[in-house]
Design a binder for this molecule. Structure first.
Ligand code: FAD
Length: 400
């Protein structure tokens, strides 16, 4: 297929990649509507990407080596052991993952969106009229435009998904992720922690995942995510997905993270929470869902708009980028819009469902029904992980 008008709602990871996909897939006019008027590059923390998934995305020209990254090699599982600074090493597992800093990664993707794409920052899409040829899209200012297809890359609270699959209800998982990052120079004795080690600091009822990320300017940051249940007085509205940006945490939420740091994590790992300043700390309640279809009429879903799996899967950004590669192939090989969207849906929606299932299984074993870590050794860890990731899709599915 060549030609046609494509709207992309959302200009984050999935939005930039979807615009690139539409361009390479042959669309003639592409418009990106992004709610944020400021640069997204100043926001975000770390993400990790499996080496093999990276290689596939590099081969499809969605990522390249000049995007700042760091290489990890192994995952070290530590459990608190009295005053032992690092805790007891339960065991290690291979971890061939690269780490990225969300902001610089977004900046690089944004730079690769072709100049012919009309990228409108500060443009909020409000609704769609689905009758007639294509879709009529209305923005917050009241302006309307008609497109052949609309790609919903507008994240977990997607307006496009609300129109395409109104029955989807994100499910609260029952626990939170506290997240933080800070310059590595702030960490005393950083040499005790090898740069290629990703740490899982495990405890009854949760764990912290800790690794270094590039800062995008040649330096490094410590990046951590702590998963556990909220305190009873959390004050969060949990009926629909939300997140508390840096600097807005209540005392109860911050105190709970510090309490876990002091009572559940070994001292070296617990100090990371203390070293994180309020403006570097935020909270995301965990939700998941998968849209039952990735395309409905002329509306298409990519990235978090289509599926949010719990982050234990290590594959959120990979999935968003893979969605874009599939969209490109579908647009390039089909002879009509409906054919392209049906092919895209058939390829990607089962993968979204699979990632949600994996996230739930990992959430059980890592947060909700944790094993007795204090009694576990390397053999126990090997069989625990084999059971937890039975599908072998931790880090994302292989691109077919
Ligand atoms: C600022 C920011 C920082 C992030 N930082 C991290 C991180 O550090 N680590 C991590 O693992 N994940 C991070 N994420 C989430 C991560 O990007 C996603 O989980 C995943 O990569 C898929 O991205 P996405 O593009 O589908 O969704 P998102 O990244 O959520 O992007 C959705 C985009 O759509 C825009 N949008 C929403 N509604 C409308 C509308 N009606 N009209 C126009 N635009 C709209 C939003 O402003 C947003 O830019 C971040 C997301 C954002 C927006």
């Amino acid at each position: 297929m060549r030609g046609g008008r494509v709207a992309v709602v959302g200009g984050s990871i999935a939005g930039c990649a979807s615009a690139l996909a539409a361009y390479r897939g042959g669309a003639e006019e592409i418009t990106v509507f992004e709610r944020a008027s400021e640069q997204l590059a100043d926001r975000g923390v770390g993400l990790a990407m499996h080496n093999a998934r990276y290689a596939e995305l590099e081969a499809r020209a969605f990522l390249d080596p000049s995007m700042p990254w760091l290489q990890l090699k192994r995952r070290c599982w530590y459990v608190r052991d009295g005053a032992e600074p690092m805790g007891r090493l339960v065991g290690t597992l291979p971890f061939p993952f690269r780490t990225y800093n969300w902001g610089p990664l977004w900046r690089e993707l944004r730079d690769r969106v072709p100049a012919s794409v009309d990228f409108r920052a500060g443009a909020i899409v409000e609704r769609f009229e689905l009758g007639g040829p294509g879709v009529e899209l209305t923005t917050a200012g009241g302006g309307t435009e008609r497109f052949d297809i609309v790609v919903g890359a507008d994240g977990y609270r997607s307006t496009v998904r609300a129109a395409a699959c109104p029955e989807v209800r994100p499910q609260y998982a029952g626990y939170l992720a506290w997240r933080g990052s800070f310059p590595v120079e702030r960490l005393p004795d950083a040499g005790r922690w090898p740069a290629e080690d990703c740490v899982y600091a495990v405890f009854p009822g949760g764990h912290a995942v800790i690794y270094r990320i590039p800062d995008g300017r040649g330096g490094r940051r410590v990046n951590w995510v702590l998963y556990s249940a909220p305190p009873s007085d959390h004050g969060l509205p949990l009926d629909s997905p939300t997140s508390l940006p840096p600097g807005t945490l209540t005392d109860a939420l911050r105190d709970r993270a510090l309490e876990i740091a002091d009572t559940q994590l070994a001292p070296f790992w617990g100090q990371l929470i203390h070293l994180t300043e309020p403006g570097e700390l935020f909270v995301q309640p965990m939700y998941d869902f998968s849209a039952p279809r990735y395309a409905s009429g002329r509306l298409v879903l990519t990235g978090d708009a289509a599926t949010v799996a719990r982050p234990h899967t290590g594959g959120g950004a990979v999935k968003a980028l893979q969605d874009a590669t599939a969209l490109e192939s579908a647009l390039a090989s089909a002879t009509s819009w409906p054919e392209a969207l049906a092919a895209y849906d058939a390829e990607r929606s089962p993968i979204g469902r699979g990632m949600v299932e994996l996230g739930r299984t990992l959430g059980l074993g890592l947060v909700q029904q944790t094993p007795d870590w204090s009694a576990m050794d390397q053999n126990g860890l090997d069989s625990y992980w084999q059971q937890a990731d039975g599908s072998g899709t931790f880090g994302g599915h292989r691109i077919p």
